[in-house]
Design a protein around this ligand. Structure first.
Ligand code: NAD
Ligand code: HSO
Ligand code: ZN
Length: 442
């Protein structure tokens, strides 16, 4: 293969420091400079509101006030968007929506309750988050599928107000497929704002965008950093966020029987997202690694986004491992957003997966299916966040509230336990809140 594209490594030859270094995401390298720029922009949006949003929209999205008088997409723009799409694209969006809804509805959490003692009823009930803000990327490629991945669970959760932001095109319009997908989810509040502008507007309330309780959605390094910063506002709780869902990643574990063209296509499908994407292939089989490297070269030649993919491939890896167990060790350590098991009996290996955003079993489950229409959610943790975060689900749009109902008889059973613990903690008001009632009930 052309050595200038993916790096080729043998894991057993790397010392620990080198192993650590090769698994670093490309986006991490630029983190300090992006962090500083984002902080400045957010402060500016907070201070100057719509004027700052306008300035950044002109600078980063190329849409000035001459073409974007109002950030909000009007009813006429929604209507024109639906007309602008081919019937086959409308049908594909509708079809994907049905399967995404089916999967997400099936996984909805249920409220529950249990008597933890006679007369002590404990429950956990669910409520939708009131006002949620969805971000749908459109920097280099508008992603109507993301509108479905966020809009459908938001609607199933019953969120009262759903606001969606997406970058405008140069002519000041929103991507028609994004508008159609939003409308398909019952969303009519769409603002043509991208990047840090969108996140700042939804977090603080600016430019007519209402201040939201929780922000959702993927994006490039600027979007992800902006979400991180608004969620950790000094001196307050800031705004909630779903997770770090940054530049796309895929890790493939393939055996000698895997189809090299399929594997190359899967790696390229994530590399083409953006220059900060990262793709990894792990295999015991040197011949497979060679064949995939060659397949990448061949397929790249036919890709319209080859330049973007090439940049991502520069920080991507083809790794020869000593065993399948070693491949799973590396994968669990890397915590990939997507994990493809291109193995002969992939299902039997699933127990070895401890960490991943979404797993694709066998040769016939390309990652692109999860992106669009298998039914699972494509908004997934990146950058290793799969160690502690899950992809978007209906639960992401809900809060759980616990409830307890206690009778006098119930208090008599559990009250002495509370009084003892309160005394041990030296919190006498706590103890008395219990003992006063025990005495009154006696
Ligand atoms: N993890 C996931 O679940 C998931 C899902 C889908 C997409 N993605 C990722 O989303 C990303 C989409 O990226 P995109 O760029 O195409 O669209 P985007 O909408 O995320 O970003 C575009 C915005 O970036 C801002 N921007 C660009 N350059 C900037 C700069 N120098 N300074 C400040 N702001 C700047 C602009 O405001 C622009 O509107 C890709 O990285 C893709 O891999 C991730
Ligand atoms: N692969 C992306 C998540 O990392 C999602 C996506 C949307 N459209 C195409 N792909
Ligand atoms: Zn994708």
């Amino acid at each position: 293969m052309n050595a200038s594209i993916c790096k080729r490594l043998e894991w057993s030859r790397l010392d620990e420091a080198r192993r650590e270094a090769v698994l670093v995401r490309p986006v991490e390298a630029r983190a300090p400079e992006v962090g500083e720029a984002v902080a400045g922009m957010l402060a500016d949006i907070r201070e100057r509101g719509a004027a700052a949003l306008r300035e950044y929209t002109r600078r980063f999205d190329g849409a000035g006030e001459d073409v974007l008088a109002d950030f909000r997409a009007g009813a006429d723009e929604f209507a024109a968007a639906a007309d602008a799409l081919s019937p086959t694209l409308r049908a594909a969006i509708d079809e994907a929506a049905v399967r995404i809804e089916l999967f997400h509805r099936e996984g909805m959490a249920q409220p529950y309750g249990v008597d933890t003692a006679d007369g002590v009823r404990c429950e956990r009930i669910l409520r939708p988050i009131e006002r949620v803000g969805l971000y749908v990327p459109a920097g280099s490629a508008p992603l109507p599928s993301t509108a479905l991945m966020l809009g459908i669970p938001a609607r199933l959760a019953g969120c009262r107000e759903v606001v969606l932001c997406t970058p405008p095109r140069h002519d000041g319009s929103a991507d028609p497929a994004v508008l159609y997908a939003a409308a398909r989810c019952g969303i009519d509040t769409v603002f043509k704002l991208g990047g840090v502008q969108a996140i700042g507007a939804m977090a603080y309330g600016a430019g007519g965008v209402p201040r939201c309780d929780k922000l959702f959605g993927p994006g490039n390094g600027w979007v992800t950093e902006a979400k991180r910063q608004v969620s950790s506002a000094a001196g307050g709780v800031g705004v909630g966020i779903d997770m770090p869902a940054g530049p796309s990643e895929v890790l493939v574990i393939a055996d000698a029987g895997a189809n090299p063209a399929f594997v190359a296509a899967d790696l390229l499908s994530q590399a083409e997202h953006g220059p900060d994407s990262q793709v990894l292939l792990l295999s015991e089989d040197a011949a497979l690694l060679d064949a995939v490297a060659a397949g990448i070269e061949t397929q790249l030649a036919a890709l319209p986004r080859a330049d973007i993919a090439r940049k991502a491939l520069q920080s991507s890896l083809l790794v020869q491992v000593e065993s399948l167990d070693q491949a799973f060790e590396i994968s669990n350590r890397y915590a990939p957003e997507h994990l493809i098991l291109a193995l002969r009996d992939a299902r039997s290996q699933l127990p070895k997966v401890r960490v991943a955003g979404s797993v694709f079993l066998g040769d016939w489950a390309p990652e692109a299916l999860g992106d669009y229409c298998s039914g699972t959610n494509h908004v997934l943790p990146t950058g290793g966040a799969a160690r502690f975060c899950s992809g978007v689900s209906v639960a992401s749009f809900q809060v759980a509230i616990t409830v307890q109902e206690v009778s006098a008889a119930g208090l008599a059973v559990v009250g002495p336990c509370a009084a003892e613990l309160a005394a041990a903690e030296g919190l006498d008001a706590h103890r008395r809140a219990v003992t006063l009632r025990l005495e009154a009930a006696a």
